[in-house]
Design a protein around this ligand. Sequence first.
Ligand code: F0G
Length: 366
Amino acid sequence: MHSTTTKSWKSRGVIECYREFLPVSSATPIISLGEGNTPLIYSARLSERVGSGCDVFVKNEGVNPTGSFKDRGMTVAVSKAIERGTKALICASTGNTSASAAAYAARAGISCVVILPAGKIATGKLLQAFVYGAKIIAIDGNFDDALRIVRELSATGDFTIVNSINPDRIAGQKTVAFEIIDELGDAPDFHLLPVGNAGNITAYWAGYREYLAGERSTKLPSMIGFQAIGAAPIFYDRIIEKPETIASAIRIGNPASWKQARAAIVESQGSINVVSDEEILAAQQWLAKYEGIFVEPASAASIAGFFKCCDSSDSSCSFHEIPEGSRIVCTVTGHGLKDPDVIIRQLSELKPVAATANDVRRAIEL
Ligand code: F0G
């Protein structure tokens, strides 16, 4: 079992960094893969795009151990589960939660069951759950059906749910707000992020409020969430029975943290908006080509949303009258290599040239 506790090597990870803000004690075995401490990347191009002397940063959560922000919450959820004597984890997922749960379960030496919508999981994420040794069950239904089933199964007490309805997940994920404040010296003025099951926006808001209460920051950002147009229950204020979007990670019609997301948006004087699949894919390509940051489609929703705010005069989503010198953070949530299928379709077949410097020079000049 969890060999991590047998020797006390000092390691990185969000529990080590932010222990005093997390529900852990000296009795909690720490199950970590060194998550967190992700790059906050200043973007001169995005800053120029919004103008008014604003500074724009991209928080790249795709460089966490399993390639998504889920690892921040998973280290806390799995550490607490082990402390309570859990033998098995369970989760519903659009892919990233299952990859993360499977990895942390492997690290802890316990089993993990993941319930996924059949045919709707990006290839890389499915491979991750498989290679980490999770029991994978594909259902003939969507994420919302999977979450309903997981809730029913966990009622027996045989499993610990590690979806974001588990408060330990939210506790871990709020550390991202701490990192941003620690690095910038204060909270940003606007925070843009993709919204699916709405756990992450809930966690950010909790983190920002907690640091303000502890006088580690002087203000709160406006939280601006983006859903895909075909999977936008919070924006339309109704359950979407058959959500559809290329951004499979946020293909969710009935978010578990709907109420908390609403509260975050209202309390922060923020907003919830939508972006189309075309805007998402264009933003994904832009970020890769002009900033060298390759993210999966769902992640690009925050960048697509940023462009929308720059271009739109609709007051719920516009930077036209943004205060001079505002700071904007856009979170990108998952690594691009998780979901290669969309990009592979755009890749033309590579025809080899003869293996001489001359032939290669000619090919470069073409
Ligand atoms: N971005 C990515 C890459 C995600 O995987 C998710 C959610 C979100 C954004 C939205 O975050 O749900 O907290 O609002 N993925 C979950 C999963 C649902 O199962 O991996 P949220």
